[in-house]
Design a protein around this ligand. Structure first.
Ligand code: BGC
Length: 432
């Protein structure tokens, strides 16, 4: 293992999402989903980390961990609890939270939509109803008018592909309405919503005199590698990549609708991103051998690989590969908007952080403009249908007492942030 340094301007932080940590909100699609018994371990998001009431404590923790930036999301259901009615107290709460971050010297990156919907929207068909495009633009405008003086950096939508694939293809997430037509319709709506939101954020901030706005999408990017490398598997891998990723990246970055979404540039050709957000976790192996009847074969986890608590392969080189691929295409600043792992025993997270940041340092060495890294996650949280038992935090949360305890990997990550890299001494202390 070797020491490495990251540029002084490089920002290190953590990421969270409102539904996963805040608690206390019943007006959203995920709380309803929990009520209908869909969460594997039977836990709920109704308290989660009680972050809503512990903002000050949690920001103090970030400060103690030398965090320079923090990616958070806003709960739409709190801000617009009924269609067209905006809640001053809710936006006021987020304003205070963000003001505290700024005062602590922690730069906020704010996500407008991270998987959960207000119930009024869910009941109206959410992202498969074309009304969403204007509704999301109106919500964006309200938020940016109220927070835009404090926040320059925005993610419009978190992982549009995961949201739609889980809700409309695999079916484990709300609304669990399996329909490939709806998946594609949702993709078209999300692309349009992103573009209008992108323009709106710039427009509102510019009209208030700010010219430092940065807007992007947190794209879930993974790799699809053929198992045996034959032509059929390579074709299938390409199809997965296209249907799960390329439709979204190309649509949201350029405004172009690839087939089967249609074609052309319905909202105009453009460059609708100021950074490329990369959420990277793992890869899939595409196997078309044996009994598989689907032309796409099936997706597997590589057999001889090291895996996390959820069975995902640990594959740090993948971070290099996805960043390099999109850098070569777009030549745009890259923010790693999420990267992390489920490791309840904290047995391999320190090494995971080291390995992935080493890839980042190599990317930078090879001329790729990676500017930020957000570890997922600051603390254990409500991991969607896995519930509270999947542990992604560099800080452990005891759900009986809500006490936070920094894990060893958290102290390591704090040292990385403090030193902007990994020193020989840190290798001896944490990784030997
Ligand atoms: C999501 C997070 C999630 C994490 C780990 C990402 O897909 O944006 O909300 O907790 O992965 O599964």
């Amino acid at each position: 293992m070797e020491p490495f340094a990251l540029p002084e301007s490089f920002l290190l932080g953590t990421a969270t999402a409102s539904l996963q940590i805040e608690g206390g909100d019943r007006n959203n699609s995920w709380y309803r989903w929990v009520q209908t018994g869909h969460v594997k371990d039977g836990t709920s998001c109704i308290v989660a980390d009680d972050h809503w009431n512990r903002v000050t404590e949690d920001i103090a923790l970030m400060k103690q961990l030398h965090q320079q930036t923090y990616r958070m999301s806003l709960e739409w259901s709190r801000i617009e609890p009924a269609r067209g009615q905006f809640d001053k107290d809710a936006i006021g709460h987020y304003r205070l939270e963000i003001q505290q971050l700024v005062n602590a010297g922690i730069r906020p990156l704010v996500t407008l939509h991270h998987f959960s919907n207000p119930l009024w929207l869910e009941d109206a068909g959410a992202w498969v109803n074309p009304d969403i495009v204007d509704l999301f633009e109106r919500y964006t405008a309200y938020v940016v008018e109220n927070l835009g003086d404090l926040v320059s950096d925005w993610c419009t939508i978190n992982e549009p592909n995961v949201y739609l694939a889980a809700g409309y293809v695999m079916g484990g997430w709300p609304p669990s309405n399996i329909s490939i037509t709806k998946y594609f319709r949702g993709a078209r709506n999300m692309i349009a919503a992103h573009i209008k939101s992108y323009r709106k954020i710039h427009q509102v901030r510019a009209s208030n005199g700010y010219n430092d706005t940065m807007v992007g999408v947190a794209n879930h990017l993974r790799l699809f590698d053929p198992k045996h490398g034959n032509g059929r598997e390579r074709w299938a891998a390409g199809m997965y990549e296209r249907l799960f990723q390329e439709l979204f990246v190309t649509g949201m970055c350029e405004g172009r609708l690839l087939s089967p979404l249609g074609g052309g540039y319905p909202l105009g050709e453009g460059r609708y991103f100021d950074f490329l957000g990369v959420n990277y976790y793992t890869r899939d192996i595409v196997d078309c051998s044996g009994k598989s009847t689907s032309p796409l074969g099936r997706l597997e986890v590589r057999e001889d690989s090291q895996k996390n608590d959820l069975g995902w392969e640990l594959y740090p080189e993948g971070l290099y590969r996805v960043c390099k691929k999109y850098w070569d295409r777009y030549h745009t600043p890259i923010f790693i908007t999420e990267n992390g792992t489920a490791d309840a025993k904290d047995a391999f997270r320190t090494r995971y952080i080291y390995d992935h940041l080493l890839q980042v340092s190599q990317l930078i060495g090879d001329g790729v403009d990676v500017q930020r890294y957000y570890h997922w996650s600051l603390m254990d949280n409500f991991e969607w249908i896995e519930g509270l038992s999947a542990k992604f935090g560099i800080v452990a949360v005891d759900y009986a007492t809500l006490e936070r305890t920094v894990r060893t990997s958290g102290w390591f990550y704090a040292d990385v942030a403090k030193h902007h890299g990994v020193t020989e001494k840190m290798i001896q202390q944490y990784l030997a």
